[in-house]
Write a new protein. Structure first.
Length: 94
C-alpha cells in the first residue's frame, strides 16, 4: 500500500474539527516518543507504536485535505509540488 487514503468517516468534519483531530494524533505520537526515548536500546521494534502513530498523523492530514475538497489527483499534485520545492532546497540525498 503506497498511497495514503483519507479516512472517509471524517471527511465531513469541519476544517477546525479535523485540525483538532490532527493535533490529538500529534499528542499521541509525542507521548509514544517520550516513552520510547526512555528505552536504552530503542530500535525499530521498540518504536513500532510511535511509527504507527506517525502514519495516523499522515492519514489525518490526508483526510484534512479531503475535507478541504481536494480529490486524489489534486492531493497528488500538491505532494509533487512540495516534493519539488523540497528537492530544490536540497532536502533529499539524490
Amino acid at each position: 500500500m503506497k498511497m495514503l487514503k483519507p479516512a472517509t468517516k471524517f471527511i465531513k468534519n469541519s476544517p477546525i474539527e479535523q485540525f483538532n483531530h490532527i493535533l490529538s494524533e500529534v499528542a499521541e505520537a509525542h507521548f509514544e516518543l517520550l516513552l520510547s526515548s526512555k528505552e536504552k536500546n530503542a530500535d525499530k521494534n521498540t518504536n513500532i507504536v510511535l511509527a504507527r502513530e506517525l502514519v495516523d498523523i499522515q492519514v489525518s492530514c490526508e483526510t484534512m485535505l479531503a475535507c478541504l475538497g481536494y480529490n486524489d489527483e489534486e492531493r497528488d499534485k500538491l505532494r509533487r509540488h512540495v516534493y519539488e520545492k523540497n528537492k530544490a532546497r536540497g532536502y533529499y540525498d539524490e
